[in-house]
Design a protein around this ligand. Sequence first.
Ligand code: ASP
Ligand code: MG
Length: 401
Amino acid sequence: MALIVQKFGGTSVANTERIFNVADIVTKTAAAGNQVVVVVSAQGDTTDDFIEKAGEITDRAPAREMDVLLSAGEQISMALLAMAIDKLGFHATSLTGWQAGIQTDLSYGAARIRKIEPRRIRSLLERKRIVIVAGFQGLNSHDSITTLGRGGSDTTAVAIAAALGADLCQIYTDVDGVYTADPRVVPGAKKLDEITYDEMLELATLGAQVLHNRSVEMAKKYNIDLEVISSLTRNPGTKVKEVTSVEKMMISGVACDKDVARIAVMGIPDEPGKAFRLFSLLSAHNINIDIILQSIGRDNTRDISFTVARGQLDETVKLIEENKERLHFTEWSSEAAIAKLSIVGAGMTSTPGVAAKMFEALSDAQVNIRMISTSEIKISVLINEEDAQRAMRAVHDKFFG
Ligand code: ASP
Ligand code: MG
């Protein structure tokens, strides 16, 4: 007997037929003699619809009330699934995040799980019940409902798997697993049988929308065996683990993130402390900086370019304008129509020429590289957004074609 956590995303529970499909997967797993804890997302576009509804009332919804609203979607799914499972003749009990003992920090809209007190889940499992937990939500120390950020149900599932010491955490979704690139953009993309936590983490952070990146972080920390699998085809999915058993591929994937904006601050005096002043200002306002490039400007000055998430562009520009005197620059510019293309692979460290191969592909496709950044297992380039699709295909073809 194994203890298995199964998470089902929004498309997997989108309608009555899909809910019965999930009930079938869950009850088959239970009937095979396993203990099953199910984590569900809100049905289809429910969360987006709620955000829209709130927007009809106000564009300044109190963060606390926004979380009360958004958490309702998962509560609908869990009850409907419990009913479907009951109809199939099995016993299921649904629990909200707080009933399941999920405690978070205070930050509404992007809360982090602090601790899970799984007593109630355990006692239900001992009483041979299938336990269904609402994803994406918890309770903070003020006893208020919090949500974990968009896509956060994956993190709920992995956190519960860790708290229970589960044998396996399956993330059921509408794709067959993790691909070498988004198959909607790159027709030749291939499904990976296995991928390491580190590679998956990079891909998740770089815009491959398969798993919530915090869920991968947590899976790595607690060494949880993860599997990304389709609830619709039920084909074997992709296993995410510490080391893969197949020979390490040089590159495991190509990802493209369009949620990027670039800002350049020019004519900063070439003296110590200036970059510090700029970036400490931005960090004090919780603005996340990604790629940074510094270049020589005219007359003993330098230019600093960096990227932020597109949603933070306006705020960043406003801060820079407001602090013009303090920062001593002459001018600034910004652009939003750019994208970050990355290749990820644990095998990169031991293989020379990976960057050259990527740049060759981009050059052949006539794609201009604006900035470059590298880490041990990834290479990212900033390109114009209009080139994104062409660039992705060219780079993917070069490594996998
Ligand atoms: N329902 C939430 C969202 O759409 C959480 C999730 O799906 O994981 O972001
Ligand atoms: Mg969702």
